[in-house]
Ligand binder design. Structure first.
Ligand SMILES: Nc1ncnc2c1ncn2[C@@H]1O[C@H](COP(=O)(O)OP(=O)(O)OP(=O)(O)O)[C@@H](O)[C@H]1O
Length: 691
């Protein structure tokens, strides 16, 4: 249904564009006296009707996706989480001691599925792109995170309940309050007030502590649950602090992201790669954030697995050699323009079009958006509930060129599962300045060339007088500016705009008296530059949770028959082997088949419980086992078994020796169940689901 709607939307969009052209040309003909006014009016009316139809189809698409049918979002979530916890996918950590918010343990199926998703991520990104993988410690000395800006700026604003002392995230409280005001149909806002609330809501993330405090007071926001007064907001650093070594004099933190491990190894990685760019490095590992208010299960936790990529490239060439391979991929893109538009709806667009139209800043960023789309859909995320949302200008750090979040729709709304950002040369430059190491890359020319070279001359006296003890770091930062950044600074200074240079995340104001930036023509045989970084950063827990929601359903709308329709590639167990009845000869056969599956590297279990086969199928459906192999009396006679597929519940009869190979192909998704059905005879009896 949703796919049909999406096709209609594409057709309607084309029709609107065509009709728009007709209206324009008729208007031109009207001026020349070659067309009648009535023709123009009729064409305009037709265009209007087409636009109305387009808007209503887009609305229908929005309604068709993301809403678990026939049940409220909360009830759907409660039923699913109940199954997940009961079957030990994940459970709150330290449960026998009352648990600590924001920490979860993965149980047997949870570990297996997380491992499969991570493994597939590794195959899809690291192996496919020949990325350089690293594994770095989670405990990180302060200097690294000082350079990256995390010590000074990795903060959220917190407020406390004035009576109970409970802590809350100030921005979340304000957002929830404003959203409730907008949705309150009993006390509708005036149009002006509505506009004001919407405007504040759009700017929540930009607000300083003072502005946030003023807004919380203005709207009378109270502590949730208790409705007590709240304190003024104050910044809270999200990193877990520790000390390294027995003397405790070296401060460290648990890393809040895995990326810094890659940046600090850049020089060695570049050498490992033969000094050549572009290349990408990747790391999968645990990250830690002392979230103020962990919530929504795996979505906001204090320890989570990240999988991050840093793609290093020449700032003046962000093309990607494999871009053509994904140029035709058409994800839902939610560009800045669409977010500001009246419909507020993401639209499908090919990545080729998006780059050509300047919607996505460059090929490499678009390439990773395409690869992310393919990854997410392969592991079972519904493509119609996956969108790529571009950061609005105010959401981006000043150094970022373009950022997109891969957002997945869940019962909690749209959730950021991966962030894809062109971070320019910010991170490497920050570490080069702090560590005083050369983190530049060199490009050698085949022949010497005449080139414009940017020369930056710093006025040490003025800088020293103005910045005193910070002068040295600021001077070094100016001297290490890359050509592009130096030219931007020059342009800002010449235009009389506020110009700054960043040191450890702090932007220092620069005036024309402090620095002279010139372009000089020189004969050069090479040039050096600090590489740009394009960073796709994935949170494995959030992806898993959204995948759970997209895969969960109740068979025949019966809540007691929960099914996870995991794709075979990520399913925790690929097959369950059932002896139809509790008979020694059937059990022996089942054990032999299980051993052959294990030898083929296929996770499997044997279920010899005395339940009916229908009940036993239902139990494996609950943990999303895609295939079942049933041993019955016919097996003893002709060495064949029944193979059943979870979602269709269709069954075929397969010779035992062919089972491991077949299941291997099905699990790797190199063959489909349809192909299997075409090849083997259908089985009616005896393994009836309802038996
Ligand atoms: N507290 C968390 N719990 C689970 N996953 C997280 C958490 N924080 C970040 N992630 C994951 O790591 C990815 C990259 O981290 P990033 O720093 O971009 O997140 P973020 O923008 O700070 O997230 P948010 O704004 O939701 O806190 C996110 O897309 C998300 O999947």
């Amino acid at each position: 249904m949703a796919e049909e709607l999406q096709t209609s939307i594409k057709d309607l969009e084309a029709a609107v564009t065509k009709q728009g052209d007709t209206v324009r040309s008729l208007k031109a003909s009207l001026k020349d006296g070659k067309a009648q006014k009535a023709d123009v009016d009729a064409a305009i009316e037709q265009l209007k009707q087409l636009k109305i139809k387009l808007a209503s189809t887009q609305k229908a698409l929005e309604d068709a996706i993301g809403k678990p049918s026939g049940t409220s979002k909360e009830a759907f979530r409660a039923a699913m989480v109940n199954t997940l916890e009961r079957r030990m996918f994940y459970i709150p950590s330290f449960k026998i001691y009352g648990s600590v918010a924001g920490f979860y343990d993965f149980g047997p199926p949870g570990c297996a599925i997380k491992q499969n998703v991570t493994q597939y991520w590794r195959q899809h990104f690291v192996l496919e792109e020949n990325m350089l993988e690293v594994e770095c410690p989670a405990v990180t000395p302060e200097v690294v995170l000082k350079a990256s800006g995390h010590v000074d700026r990795f903060t959220d604003f917190m407020v406390a309940d004035a009576k109970t002392g409970d802590c809350h995230r100030a921005d979340h409280l304000l957002e929830a309050h404003l959203e409730a005001l907008l949705e309150d149909n009993k006390n509708p806002l005036t149009p002006e007030k509505r506009e004001e609330v919407r405007d504040t809501l759009a700017r929540v993330e930009e607000l300083s502590a003072e502005q946030l405090g003023a807004a919380l007071t203005q709207y009378g926001v109270k502590a949730p649950d208790t409705k007590n007064d709240i304190t003024a907001p104050y910044p809270f650093n999200l990193m877990f602090k520790t000390s390294i070594g027995p003397r405790g004099d070296l401060t460290g933190y648990l890393r809040p992201e895995t990326a810094q491990g890659i940046f600090v190894n850049f020089r060695d990685l570049l050498y490992y790669n033969g000094g050549k760019l572009p290349f990408a490095a990747a790391q999968i590992g645990q990250s830690y954030r002392n979230e103020i208010a962990p919530r929504a299960g795996l979505l906001r936790v204090r320890e989570f697995t990240q999988a991050e990529i840093e793609h290093f490239c020449n700032p003046s060439d962000k093309s990607h050699p494999k871009f053509q391979a994904i140029a035709g991929v058409t994800p839902l893109l939610y560009s800045r323009e669409l977010q500001m538009g009246a419909e507020k709806l993401a639209k499908p667009m090919s990545l080729r079009e998006a780059v050509a139209g300047g919607i996505i800043a460059n090929q490499t960023l678009a390439y990773f958006i395409g690869r992310t789309y393919l990854f997410m859909t392969k592991i079972g995320i519904n493509p119609l509930r996956l969108r790529f949302r571009q950061h609005l200008q105010h959401e981006m750090a000043h150094y970022a060129e373009d950022c997109w979040d891969a957002e997945v729709e869940s019962s909690y709304g749209w959730v950021e599962c991966a962030g894809l950002a062109d971070r320019s040369a910010y991170d490497l430059r920050a570490h080069a300045t702090k560590s005083k190491q050369d983190l530049a890359a060199r490009e050698k020319f085949a022949e010497p060339r005449m080139m414009d070279v940017v020369v930056t001359t710093v006025n040490k006296q003025v800088i020293g007088k103005t910045f005193k003890r910070d002068a040295k770091a600021i001077q070094e930062a100016l001297e290490q500016l890359g050509e592009d950044d130096a030219l931007c600074l020059k342009a800002d200074l010449e235009a009389g705009k506020a110009a700054t240079v960043t040191v450890e995340g702090h932007a220092w104001p620069i005036t024309p008296a402090m620095v002279k930036i010139d372009k000089v023509e020189k004969k050069v045989s090479s040039r050096t530059f600090i590489p740009s970084v394009i960073e796709p950063s994935f949170g494995i827990g959030r992806i898993l949770y959204c995948m759970f929601e997209h895969c969960y359903y109740a068979r025949d709308n019966d809540d007691k028959r929960a099914v996870f329709s995991f794709t075979p590639v990520v399913a925790p167990v690929k097959a369950t082997v059932f002896p139809l009845l509790q008979k020694a000869e059937l059990n022996e056969h089942a054990e032999r088949i299980s051993a052959s599956l294990t030898a083929a590297g296929l996770a499997n279990t044997v279920d010899t419980t005395g339940n009916t086969i229908g009940r036993r199928y239902a139990r494996t459906d609950e943990i999303g086992v895609p295939f079942a192999v049933t041993v019955d009396f016919q097996t003893l006679a002709d060495n064949t078994v029944t193979m059943r597929e979870r979602d269709t519940t269709a069954q075929v009869r397969v010779p035992v020796p062919e089972v491991p190979q077949l299941l291997r192909q099905l699990s790797d998704m190199t063959t489909t169940w349809q192909t299997v059905q075409d090849r083997y005879p259908a089985q009616q009896q005896p393994a009836d689901d309802e038996a």
